[in-house]
Design a protein around this ligand. Structure first.
Ligand SMILES: [Ca+2]
Length: 542
């Protein structure tokens, strides 16, 4: 696996000079954005009359080229072959209504090549609002599935490939020698897309969108937090899940977790043992919340010590060797500076064990993304070896690199976004095996502190933690909820969501519902009624 990563990284051969050029572009971009005036796109003067879809092919705007504008009949859209198989498998297109599909290319810099699509339902079925959707991984494709979902919800919808074209699994090689493309990926493409989408909506309907929302998870979560931090006037409401916004610490934790799992063969934990560890965790912590249901409502109260699983005799499938016990402890604890003992980033939570193959399994799917961040972007070294990862040295290097200076979105001062009524609804799965859920907790708490305490923040930002949910979706916990609906009601009424009902879907049927509660509240069983029914639970502070 190590060899595989080195081979992948070797595609990108970057000289030190080139790296310096990227760094300089990064710092220039950062300072430009810091001093730039409010990014609010001037309200477009709507056209006097609605436009036909085809007439949008002559739509004119600076550095914008419309490549296609045509009506698509209900259910008739077929995504291109290049779209990730997962998006096609969901088949959200068959139920999509007819729409006007506009594709455009934006070139805000000489090296930009930002593809965007804006999908607009007929005026009679349009809810009057724009919903932008985010991407995953290194992006590089249009997220057709989420465009179709937004369309089916009544929104005009927008998405961008973030300025480069990638096949699934490709890393950040697009950025090598192309600092402007890394700026586009980091924050510019989404902002440019948003401005252009608003103009296209105004031209098509002869009416500005009454509200503009954004929804995204993982990389999409980073994109959403980037928007509220850098371009606070772009959106009225943002739905933000499992964000990779602190790329330095998230991907540092990922690389480090893979290193401790694979560096010492005697400490490697066969995936069959994940179940053993998970069962031991549940045995100790499931009932702490008053309901034995396979879910840990508040894993921060679960202080599981894997010592209880240490083999009494030789290694066996049902126990852990002392070296494995140590690795399990470290996975929960997260990376530390080995010299000072200082925590560099939070680890994974008790309850997440069934997903540990993501970083600790034989072919950790989450590792290439993180390893490319360090190998290609931080060190520009095709021979960079994740097994030599040193938290103290490598977190610092990442923070001082283009990753920290340009991709990171950790500014906790959201007052400009809140000042115009912007609402930020964050969520994170407690069982996320890729991005520590405590990253969202820490960012949320930093915003609360920065804006002056909970009384100042509670009307503008809320965090909902999902017990038993994996990365963005899936897992034993309820993971299906109307997040954008909650954002919309919040923006329209000014009343923040006090609970959101989520469902666990099995074979197309909801077999369990549970309220999600605004952090730090958790759901408590009221003592009567089905424990699979949200009505039997109340939100309260522990
Ligand atoms: Ca429980």
């Amino acid at each position: 696996m190590n060899r595989r990563i080195i081979l992948r990284a070797s595609v990108a051969i970057v000289s030190c000079t080139l790296g310096l050029a990227i760094l300089m572009a990064a710092s220039r971009a950062t300072s430009e954005s810091a001093t730039a005036p409010s990014a609010k796109s001037a309200p477009a003067p709507p056209a006097a009359a609605e436009s036909s879809c085809e007439s949008l092919s002559t739509f004119a705007s600076p550095h914008t080229t419309i490549t296609s504008a045509q009506n698509v009949a209900a259910g008739a859209f077929t995504p291109p072959q290049a779209n990730p198989a997962g998006a096609q498998a969901q088949s959200p297109f068959k139920g999509a209504p007819e729409f006007c599909r506009v594709a455009a290319t934006l070139k805000p810099s000489h090296d930009s090549d930002i593809k965007i699509e804006v999908w607009m339902p007929p005026k009679a079925s349009w809810n009057g609002k724009l919903k932008s959707v985010g991407n995953g991984g290194w992006a590089g494709t249009i997220n057709y599935a989420e465009l179709a979902n937004a369309l089916s919800q009544g929104y005009a919808a927008a998405n961008t490939d973030t300025g480069h074209t990638s096949k699934p699994g490709e890393g950040p090689d697009f950025a090598v020698g192309h600092p402007e493309k890394l700026i586009d990926f980091s924050y510019r493409a989404l902002h440019e897309m948003t401005s252009t989408a608003k103009l296209l909506v105004a031209a098509y309907y002869a009416k500005n969108p009454t509200r503009s929302y954004y929804a995204g998870c993982s990389t999409g979560g980073r994109q959403g937090l980037t928007a509220v931090q850098r371009f606070p006037n772009d959106y009225d409401g943002v739905l933000n899940g499992d964000p990779n916004n602190d790329v330095v610490r998230v991907q540092g934790m990922q690389v480090w977790t893979a290193k401790i799992s694979h560096g010492d063969p005697s400490a490697y934990i066969p995936p069959e043992k994940y179940v053993v560890i998970h069962q031991a965790v549940l045995q100790q912590c499931d009932a702490l919340d008053g309901v034995k249901d396979g879910l840990i409502e508040d894993p921060t109260r679960c202080h599981f010590d894997p010592q209880v699983l240490e083999c009494k005799g030789p290694d066996a499938p049902s126990c852990l060797t002392p070296a494995q016990v140590k690795v399990v402890r470290e996975i929960y604890a997260g990376p530390i500076d080995e010299r000072t003992g200082k925590s560099m980033a939070p680890g994974l939570m008790p309850g997440s064990e069934l997903g540990w193959a993501m970083l600790s399994g034989p072919k950790p799917g989450g590792l290439p993304l993180a390893a490319d961040t360090f190998g290609t972007l931080v060190y520009q070294n095709p021979h960079w070896d994740y097994l030599a990862f040193d938290p103290a040295r490598d977190f610092e290097a990442a923070r001082n690199s283009i990753v920290g200076k340009m991709m990171n979105a950790v500014n906790s001062d959201l007052r400009p976004f809140f000042a115009h009524g912007g609402k930020l609804l964050m969520y994170h799965g407690w069982n996320d095996p890729a991005i520590s859920p405590l990253m969202s907790v820490q960012y949320y708490e930093s915003v609360v502190e920065t804006v002056g305490g909970e009384s100042k923040s509670t009307g503008s930002i809320r965090l909902f933690m999902l017990p038993g949910m994996n990365h963005c979706r899936g897992g034993d916990g309820p993971d299906t909820f109307d997040g954008i609906g909650a954002v919309d009601r919040w923006v329209e009424t000014g009343k923040p969501p006090d609970r959101i009902v989520a469902s666990h879907i099995k074979d197309g049927v909801a077999d369990r519902t549970r309220p999600l509660c605004p952090y730090p509240q958790v759901a408590h069983y009221v003592g009567s009624g089905s424990t699979d029914d949200a009505a039997s639970f109340a939100c309260s502070t522990p």
